[in-house]
Ligand binder design. Structure first.
Ligand SMILES: [Zn+2]
Length: 233
């Protein structure tokens, strides 16, 4: 395909927070407060969130309560503008969200901001509503053997399965240490936008380890920083 692949991470990139964490703090604050710092690295996060959705239902929260709360989570500054620009230029760009977040929540936020149509594909953990209106989470990107990524998801594994070799160039917009694995697979023709003062930035820029990736690196604070460069692609 003679297009540039735009890969946008979701939590802490397209939205300014981690959505699962916001849900926990809002609906199950006692669970959020009890989590040790190393919990995410050491545990099956998706199974943990599955148990939390069941617990929310038991506490009397409905899927509408969750939808209403999640829909109010704001996008990161200028990302609506950036997404609309990308959506208006699908002749040049193939726009995807690649995320360990949950389909239901991603769709709720995109819908609330009117930007669903900007994306060609959303690759994330799937979710369906069961007969009791509880979200059932179905992992995507599990079953990889990657030694860099925790078992929840390896973005390189997903990239290799369905995206590799189809695009002339890749632009990867992200923030997290879990994005390093895919960042390392990018070539010197590709571009990485890494969020200032977030984990991937600290690994690549602060520690002056730029040479662990082959692609060009541009730091960003908001969607406009990315727009100002991407419009020349
Ligand atoms: Zn990996």
């Amino acid at each position: 395909m003679d297009k540039t692949l735009i890969i946008i991470d979701f939590d802490n990139t397209l939205v300014d927070v981690d959505v699962d964490w916001e849900i926990l703090q809002h609906f199950l604050p006692e669970v959020a407060e009890s989590l040790p710092d190393t919990f995410y690295q050491e545990n099956d996060w998706l199974q943990f969130m599955q148990d939390n959705y069941i617990q929310m239902k038991q506490k009397g929260y409905s899927i509408n309560d969750i939808n209403k709360f999640v829909s109010s989570i704001p996008l990161t500054i200028d990302f609506k503008y950036l997404c609309n620009y990308l959506g208006e230029n699908k002749n040049k760009f193939y726009n995807i969200i690649l995320s360990g977040s949950t389909e239901y929540n991603i769709h709720a936020i995109l819908h609330a901001n009117g930007i669903e149509k900007c994306f060609d594909e959303i690759i994330c953990n799937k979710s369906i509503l069961d007969k009791d209106s509880i979200l059932k989470l179905i992992p995507v990107g599990y079953g990889h053997n990657c030694k860099y990524c925790n078992k929840n998801q390896c973005k390189t594994y997903i990239y290799n399965q369905s995206l590799k070799g189809k695009f002339k160039k890749i632009i990867f917009i992200c923030d997290g240490s879990n994005d390093l694995c895919l960042a390392k697979r990018l070539s010197n023709n590709d571009i990485l936008y890494t969020r200032i003062d977030h984990k991937l930035y600290n690994i690549l820029i602060k520690n002056r380890n730029q040479n662990i990736v082959n692609c060009s690196i541009y730091p960003w604070k908001n969607g406009n920083d990315i727009f100002n460069l991407i419009k020349y692609q």
